[in-house]
Structure formats: C-alpha cells, structure tokens
Design a binder for this molecule. Structure first.
Ligand code: NAP
Ligand code: MG
Length: 402
C-alpha cells in the first residue's frame, strides 16, 4: 500500500513521562507505516522547556497559528516537587495555559463511547461535550496571603488616571485574597466558538454560571452570550433545529444527571476543568476523553484530556510492564489528521483517521483493552493488554480495515 500523502504540515508537540512513551509507539505503529507524515516537531518535554526558558511552548503555539492544526502530548505542569526532580530554573507555567492564552480558544471535551464501557449514570445514552472557556479567571488570578488586620480593596486606575475603588474586606484577622479577571473579547470568542461548534455538530448548547451570586463577573458572561446569540446565531439555530439556553450552574448539574446526553455544556474555565473530569470518569475513564482547543480564528489543537500518567511511568522506568490506555492520545492524532485532511481537501487522510478511530473501538469491543477499562467493562472475560500490546492489537485491526 502506498503511504497517504500530506500537503500541509501539522504541528506536533511532544510531551512527558508515560504519554511521551505512548506517543512514540503510536507514531511507529499507527501513523508512520501508513501516512507520509508532514509535521513540524516541538519538544514540549519539561527538559526542553527548561533549556529554552519555555520559549519552545510559545514557538509551538505560534506555529499552530501558522499551520492551523496541532496535536499535543500531555505535559507536566511543574510544582515544587517537579522543580526539584528536574532541577528547573523556574516553576514554568502550564504549557496548556500558555498555548490557550496565545490561541484564545475554547476547549471541547467529549467522551469516546464504546460498547461494554457503560456510563455510571444509566440514563446517559449519548456523549456530553464540555466546552471549557480556556482563558482567565482563577488560572490568571493574583493572590495574596493577608497576615493580619487591615483593608483589602480592588483599585482600577483608568488610562486617564481616574481611580475606582471597591472594598473587598476589612480584615480583623489573617486571611487570603484573590483577584480574578477576564476580558470581554475573550468571553465573546468563547461564546462564538461554542455557537459555531454547536452548529457544526448540530447539538443543543447550555451555558451555566453563577450570576445570582456574582452579579458583575458571571453576569457579564451571561449577557455576552445572550447578546451574541440573539444578534448572530438565533436564526441559524432555529434553522438547524437546535437550542441555546442559559441556566445556573447548580441547575445545570442537576439537569445533566437526569438527561440522556447528546448536547454541549459550556462552562467557565474552572467549572470546565472540574466538570470534564467528573464527566469523563462517569462515562468510563479519563483515558477515554478527547479534547480539542478551537480558537475563534479557526485554529485547532488536539490532545488527550488526561495527564502524563506519572505512576505508570515510574513503573516503566523500573522495567515493569504497564497497561496505560492510549486511546485518548490516538484520538488526538486522528482528530488532528482528520482536521488537516478536511482543511486540505485530503479525503484519503480523513478516511484513514476515521478508520484508525474505528480500529480502537473495535479492538476494545472485541474484549482487548488496557487495565483501566478491563476493571470496569461489562464485556465478559476481557483480555488485559500491556500499553504496547494494545497499540499492536489496534494496528492489526487497522490493517484489516485498510
Ligand atoms: P493523570 O496523568 O491524568 O493520571 C492520574 C491517574 O489516572 C493515573 O495515575 C491513572 O490511575 C489514571 N489514568 C490517567 N490516564 C490514564 C491512562 N491513559 N491510562 C490508564 N490510566 C490513566 O494525572 P496526574 O497523575 O494527576 O498528573 C500527572 C502529570 O500530568 C502532572 O505533572 C500534571 O501536571 C500533568 N497533567 C497534564 C495535563 C495535560 O497536559 N493536558 C493534564 C492533567 C495533568 P492509576 O494510577 O490508578 O492507574
Ligand atoms: Mg482537570
């Protein structure tokens, strides 16, 4: 078989620990034998980020703007322990945060549904997609420990020097304080990304926040969504037979539990972080969740929703066999290849990506899976495969489909 040709490169961002190991096996077994891969490679592994003072992350994000499509491996977000472990010059920021800030996107996360991995919530029949605003709020907050009695105020100094102040709290003891912000253009992009995505997949979209308590901050989000929807999207939603509505976050949580799925749930940054972990666990496994950052300019960055699976990596380093689920990372590749194919009018590439996804699903439905799924599947007598054996089983299926 001739390899599938690509016309435009995609941006490849390598990462850390166990997912970096999987990355290489996925490329060797599932991509390179079939596709004449054109990629611009950026090593976002922690060592390289440290060596380049994190410039590599910014370069990778800029390259995504140039080529439009990227695929990213999970990366370590350093904490104090990592600074010591890797001898870091600094506690570098989260690469995902840096990339999101540059691309100004919304992250859409959806579970990968397979027969035999049943959601904990028995009425969920279809995937629920979380749209997470990927900018600002607590992720860009400034914080302070308040040592003892004294006043904390928010002060806005306008460009002309005029000051507006509001009291946060008059402390009579020690405490903590946090200043968050967001930008109206970013909220507008968030709203448009959500409405575009809903039209693209023809699903209803809900947006939820806490405007009853946060009368300025969250209310601004609600108002921006409402205004953009009414002005720019209502007619197209009516024509597509889909719906947008706003509700309080607590009401949304209750409704989600009672629903049968098949919609998009737009969340503010923190809610999206937490709720996507809840949904992925309830749908089966963190390792069965896809994630794509969609920027308002139409740039796409695909990744797995889980982290670098550190515990498995340490086992791997000790020479022990691991059974780490590579499905979400494979789907990051298929998402990127499919989008590259769509943008370039490359049907062969789109078709290949769809078959690779199908091969993953069929392999699991045949009862061959990694330990995380074997523990929860309703399939009888599942075969638990090692990290590498699972990818090889997917390759065998893929060869059958091609
Ligand atoms: P994690 O890597 O998602 O793993 C947490 C646990 O979930 C694992 O120990 C494992 O459970 C299970 N798990 C996750 N993915 C799995 C997979 N593919 N196959 C099988 N089991 C899987 O989260 P973490 O351990 O909290 O974080 C590790 C590092 O990842 C951190 O440095 C963090 O900064 C980084 N991180 C990166 C991203 C990203 O780049 N997008 C996202 C989150 C975290 P068992 O141990 O029980 O098997
Ligand atoms: Mg999270």
């Amino acid at each position: 078989m001739d390899k599938i040709q690509m016309t435009t490169p995609l941006v490849e961002m390598d990462g850390d620990e166990m997912t970096r190991i999987l990355w290489q096996i996925i490329k060797d077994e599932l991509i390179l034998p079939f596709v004449d891969l054109k990629s611009e490679y950026y090593d976002l592994g922690l060592k390289m980020r440290n060596d380049t003072d994190d410039k590599i992350t910014v370069d990778a994000a800029e390259a995504t703007k140039k080529y439009g499509v990227a695929v990213k491996c999970a990366t370590i977000t350093p904490n104090a322990a990592r600074v010591e472990e890797y001898g870091l010059k600094e506690m570098w920021k989260s690469p995902n945060g840096t990339i999101r800030a540059i691309l100004d996107g919304t992250v859409f996360r959806a579970p990968i549904i397979v027969k035999g991995i049943d959601p904990c919530v028995k009425n969920w029949k279809k995937p629920i997609t979380i749209a997470r605003h990927a900018y600002g709020d607590v992720y860009k907050a400034s914080e302070m420990k308040i040592p003892g009695p004294g006043k904390v105020e928010l002060v806005y100094i306008a460009a002309d020097g005029q000051e507006t102040r509001t009291l946060v709290h008059d402390f009579n003891c020690a405490g903590v304080v946090q200043g968050q912000y967001n930008l109206v253009p970013s909220i507008e992009s968030f709203a448009r990304s959500c409405f575009n995505f809903a039209l693209d997949v023809k699903q209803d979209i809900w947006f939820a926040a806490k405007d009853t308590i946060s009368k300025q901050y969250d209310h601004t989000f609600k108002d921006v969504f409402e205004e953009i929807f009414e002005k720019e999207y209502k007619e197209r939603f009516d024509a597509a037979g889909i719906e947008y509505f706003y509700t309080l976050i607590d009401d949304a949580v209750a409704r989600v539990m009672k629903s049968e799925g098949g919609f998009i749930w737009a969340c503010k940054n923190y809610d999206g972080d937490v709720m996507s972990d809840m949904l992925s666990s309830a749908f089966g496994s963190l390792a069965m969740m896809t994630s794509v950052l969609v920027s308002p300019q139409g740039f796409f960055e695909y990744e797995a929703a889980h982290g670098t699976v550190q515990r498995h990596y340490y086992k791997h380093l000790k020479g022990e066999e691991t059974s780490t689920n590579s499905v979400a990372t494979i789907f990051a590749w298929t998402g990127a290849l499919k989008k590259r194919g769509e943008l370039d009018g490359n049907d062969a590439l789109v078709d290949f990506a769809a078959k690779l996804e199908k091969a993953c699903i069929l392999t699991i439905e045949d009862g061959k899976m990694t330990g995380d799924l074997a523990r929860i599947t309703s399939i009888e007598n599942p075969v638990t495969l090692s990290s590498e054996a699972f990818i090889k089983a997917v390759r065998e299926k893929l060869e059958g489909l091609l």
